[in-house]
Design a protein around this ligand. Structure first.
Ligand SMILES: NC(=O)c1ccc[n+]([C@@H]2O[C@H](COP(=O)([O-])OP(=O)(O)OC[C@H]3O[C@@H](n4cnc5c(N)ncnc54)[C@H](O)[C@@H]3O)[C@@H](O)[C@H]2O)c1
Length: 264
């Protein structure tokens, strides 16, 4: 990627988007963050530009007008990070309220599509660009967050089809799938007792949460020339959640000394 343009990070005021914006700026990229609630990410260098208008990824008019105005003000978007998202609410199938279903699918899937399309079409016309969609290991597994898992599986699939459509136009499209990641929001959930760290880490091979900057490292790599032949892939950054989550059916994951507690 040349440095002749900007990297746009949606949902960049907090969490994984903020960590990515900060890392990109530290590595010399020009970064513009957008958010539905625009705020300067904590600890961000002054060089990170915060787009002052609310940018709701689920609203088509917001996205098309916002992308146009951002390019007019700050120059061509050469890299896009689709980090805006909301978590899934846990419900059994019979208790899912359709307004929750619509909210999660609209922001996580429709929003990712709207921004990737608006930016990708411009990149394809310029024959240059890289897009990274933030999906989730939830999109590759099963859980009582039915709209969220479907939306994230959709993001992984969309990544593949966009990579196919724009490959010859010089636009790479990839995804990262974080496991449970210690953002401020997740930490607040643990601190309040609404979430259990033991439960969140029990099935991760590495026995821990992911840090936001570990997800950012993968995103930055996918945006950089170091991944110039990579398109259409999905990189889990999950501390081994996918690798470890089936072990409980056997004798469970060994502890750090190799001891197997569930062995009979
Ligand atoms: N933290 C995790 O454990 C985890 C795990 C897997 C995937 N993810 C995914 O990573 C992405 C970032 O999540 P996070 O953990 O950093 O969450 P977060 O809540 O810390 O940050 C999300 C940001 O997106 C913004 N946002 C929400 N709705 C928006 C909208 N309609 N338009 C624009 N911005 C909007 C929020 O204001 C916030 O700043 C999400 O797509 C999430 O699903 C997170």
């Amino acid at each position: 990627m040349t440095t002749d343009g900007i990297i746009l990070v949606t949902g960049g005021s907090r969490g994984i988007g903020a960590a990515t914006a900060i890392m990109l700026a530290e590595r010399g990229y020009r970064v513009v963050v957008t958010d539905i609630k625009p705020e300067r990410p904590a600890e961000a260098a002054a060089s990170v530009i915060v787009w002052p208008d609310s940018f709701d990824v689920a609203r088509e008019d917001n996205v098309s007008a916002g992308v146009e105005a951002i390019e007019k003000t700050h120059g061509p978007i050469i890299g896009l990070v689709n980090a805006a998202g909301v978590f899934g609410k846990m419900h059994s199938l019979d208790r899912i309220r359709m307004e929750n279903w619509d909210r999660e699918v609209n922001i996580d899937l429709r929003g990712t599509f709207l921004v990737a399309r608006a930016v990708g079409v411009r990149m394809a016309a310029r024959k240059h660009g890289a897009i990274v969609n933030v999906a989730s290991v939830a999109g590759m597994t099963s859980g009582p967050i039915h709209a969220y898992t479907a939306a994230k599986a959709g993001v992984i699939q969309l990544t593949l089809s966009m990579a196919g459509e724009w490959g010859r136009a010089g636009v790479r499209v990839n995804a990262v799938s974080p496991g449970f990641t210690r953002t401020v929001a997740l930490q607040a959930g643990i601190d309040s007792g609404a979430m259990s760290e033991e439960r969140l880490t029990r099935n991760a091979a590495m026995g821990r949460l992911v840090q936001p900057n570990e997800v950012a490292e993968a995103i930055v790599w996918l945006l950089s020339p170091a991944s110039s032949a990579v398109t259409g892939i999905n990189i889990p950054v999950d501390a081994g959640f996918l690798a470890g989550s089936t072990w409980d059916s056997y004798w469970g994951l060994p502890d750090s000394d190799g001891k197997i507690h569930g062995k009979t």
